[in-house]
Design a protein around this ligand. Structure first.
Ligand code: ZN
Length: 200
């Protein structure tokens, strides 16, 4: 994923001392990366949508038709709210290790406040918030960079076209075809087989 200022600027924290409000940092290879404040912002957007989908009255959930590109354009019917909830939980479980997921489930799935989490996990307040920041940044990056369909931007998940890029012809294969030939050996002068051929 190519991180640009237009993608990060709205989510960047103006008081961030790392990116100074631009939302971008330079990674090891010299490429731009999203700042941690942006990744935490992405997580919060996805988490808020998750809570909305979970807390919404079930009669408000609706079935929607998703049109597919390509020769078979029939599309499929689905429940986007329920799919989003399932994706959010499955991606989080896959991206976090057991220890991180335990903290994540207490804080974000069960909704415990930090007093209760610290007492249950036997952690001090500083370590708990450090772990929460780490989890938010890790999941924010996964939610944004997931392929082929990311959770963020959320509006694209719910209403975006399944086709992520413009349809184009495959590039022509420019490499030349090399014929396969068996190795050829120069005939020996005193080869008895050649003598037989000459006599015939
Ligand atoms: Zn920042």
């Amino acid at each position: 994923m190519n991180w640009t200022r237009s993608l990060t600027l709205a989510l960047a924290t103006q008081k961030c001392t790392t990116c100074r409000g631009s939302g971008l940092t330079i990674g090891r290879g010299g490429a731009f990366q999203a700042c941690d404040c942006v990744l935490r912002g992405i997580f919060k957007v996805c988490y808020n949508k998750f809570r909305t989908c979970v807390e919404k009255e079930k009669y408000l959930s609706k079935v929607s038709l998703e049109i597919h590109s390509g020769p078979n354009r029939r599309g499929t019917w689905g429940r986007k709210d329920e799919e989003y909830v399932a994706d959010f939980m499955a991606i989080s479980r896959r991206a976090l290790n057991d220890y991180e997921y335990k903290i994540f489930s207490f804080r974000f799935l069960l909704g415990a406040d930090y007093h209760l989490c610290c007492r249950r996990l036997k952690m001090d307040r500083g370590s708990f918030h450090h772990e929460i920041y780490n989890i938010q940044e890790k999941l924010g990056q996964v939610f944004a960079e997931l392929q082929p369909y990311a959770l963020y931007p959320v509006h694209e998940y719910f209403s975006g076209s399944p086709r992520q890029r413009a349809v184009a012809a495959l590039p022509a294969n420019e490499s030349k075809v090399t014929p396969i030939r068996p190795p050829v050996q120069r005939p020996q002068v005193n080869d008895p087989a050649l003598d037989g051929l000459k006599a015939a």
